[in-house]
Write a protein that binds this ligand. Structure first.
Ligand code: FES
Length: 114
């Protein structure tokens, strides 16, 4: 069974082990808000703009780079976000992007598509 990713009302099927950021981009979605769509590190785990909330589903432990980036402003590791470019989809996930250039405004509603 292929895992699915629920994002902005879409349900996307993907290979098990695929990187979440790639899965979203290939489906015509993006984990980046606004300008961060063009100004990002392209998946190296350094810019922090692909941060998302995993609302449902299990993902593996953070690697060292993800840990470092999510501990660095404007992120705060206590926000519980994950970097879409550093995690693999192995379970059915429900993913939410919050507002802000980095998606750091976790207290606000889901980001719009722009
Ligand atoms: S794309 Fe830059 S940290 Fe994920």
């Amino acid at each position: 069974m292929m895992p699915t990713v629920e994002f902005r009302g879409e349900t996307i099927e993907c290979e098990s082990g695929a990187t979440l950021r790639d899965v979203l981009l290939e489906a015509g979605e993006t984990p980046h808000n606004g300008r961060a769509q063009w100004v990002n590190c392209r998946g190296f785990g350094t810019c922090g703009t692909c941060a998302v909330e995993i609302v449902e589903g299990e993902v593996g432990e953070k690697n060292a780079r993800e840990e470092w980036r999510l501990d660095f402003p404007p992120h705060d590791s206590s926000d519980g976000l994950r970097l879409a470019c550093q995690i693999q989809v192995e379970d059915d996930l429900h993913v939410r992007k919050h507002p802000g250039f980095w998606g750091q405004n976790v207290d606000e509603e889901e980001a719009s598509d722009d």
